[in-house]
Design a protein around this ligand. Structure first.
Ligand SMILES: Cc1cc2nc3c(=O)[nH]c(=O)nc-3n(C[C@H](O)[C@H](O)[C@H](O)COP(=O)(O)O)c2cc1C
Length: 312
């Protein structure tokens, strides 16, 4: 997720059981490679995790070139974004807008697959809009082009993020192709992950917003799929420790000025189940240095109760 799944957050998710994470999307425009934003999103060879980089664009040659560039810089997997509905992406016919033009999809996928020696995966939606749910057709094109796995968000481009994700189309895609299918959209608990895996017969689940402030979701899903039993939810003390580690990683990665500002949204996600969160949020959002931000988080955890737990 652009603006969310940076390296610090991906590291936390991996530590807590995510089998694989993907970078925030990076543009296929070579001219943007020197921008601060793109540099931060690039994956470096010293990162120990399985390194999947998502590229976005609409020009087959530029996407192939971006794939080569990212592999040279340490990517183990290239993921192509055909799932993002954002205006700034769709107005230049990239992201999910590409689903409208299957010939172009085919060309892009062939060019990128042939450009690199690593697996190329595709992130897509169920279709362009409710009248044009061409997810099955796009998935078939992907399989024939040599795509190694496909992740499908159970909404059309026109649905943006509204309504509920539907999984019938993903089940249909799974039944028609033989490459691994990853189901995505509105999966926010271990129970739902299992239910949707069973319903679609998909090979894996992809979690987006359900991990925000809740990276424990990965170990909860793993345990439930392996044993059929629910594990204890993270305690308040563990939440505090992981959040503190996450914030420090953000300071280290972005420097104090930006780190403090980027940390705010994560702190809000981690803390919104604690009593007194609304007034805490107001205070926390005004803090502009690392020491005060860490101190206010520490105090809040020590003073507030979480459902079913006593304050420390
Ligand atoms: C803030 C935000 C940024 C996102 N950025 C990307 C992106 O860069 N690439 C991508 O493939 N999907 C992106 N998505 C879509 C998610 O990957 C995912 O498909 C969608 O949120 C549905 O899954 P969820 O309900 O588990 O969040 C983004 C979603 C959000 C909310």
């Amino acid at each position: 997720m652009a603006g969310v799944t940076d390296k610090p957050f991906r590291d936390i998710c991996r530590q807590l059981g995510a089998a694989m994470t993907t970078s925030e999307m990076v543009s296929s425009e070579a001219g943007l490679r020197d921008s601060q934003k793109t540099k931060e999103r690039l994956i470096f060879s010293e990162d120990d995790n399985l390194r999947s980089v998502q590229i976005v664009g609409s020009d087959p040659e530029k996407l192939a070139d971006a794939a080569r560039f990212n592999v040279e810089n340490g990517a183990h997997i290239i993921d192509i974004n055909m799932g993002c509905p954002a205006k700034k992406v769709c107005s230049v016919a990239a992201g999910s807008a590409l689903m409208r033009d299957e010939k172009l999809v085919e060309k892009i996928l062939h060019r990128v697959v042939n450009a690199v020696d690593v697996p190329v995966t595709l992130k897509t939606r169920t279709g362009w809009d409710l009248e044009n749910k061409n997810g099955v057709s796009v998935a078939t094109i992907a399989e024939n082009a040599g795509i190694s796995a496909i992740a499908v968000h159970g909404r059309t481009r026109a649905c943006m993020y509204t309504g509920e994700a539907e999984y019938e189309t993903i089940a249909k895609i799974k039944s028609q192709i033989s490459i691994p299918v990853i189901v995505n959209g509105d999966i926010t608990s271990a129970e739902k992950a299992k239910e949707i895996l069973t319903f679609t017969n998909a090979d894996a689940v992809m979690i987006g917003r359900g991990a925000q402030g809740n990276p424990w979701i990965f170990r909860e899903i793993n345990a439930y799929l392996e044993t059929g039993l629910f594990i204890e939810a993270a305690t308040k003390a563990e939440r505090q420790n992981v959040l503190t580690d996450h914030i420090k990683k953000l300071y280290q990665f972005y420097g104090e000025y930006r780190g403090v500002r980027i940390a705010r949204k994560h702190i809000n996600w981690y803390c919104n189940m604690l009593e007194g969160y609304i007034s805490f949020r107001k205070k926390m959002n005004q803090i502009d240095n690392a020491d005060d931000q860490l101190a206010v988080v520490y105090d809040f955890f020590h003073q507030s109760k979480m459902e079913g737990e006593k304050a420390a």
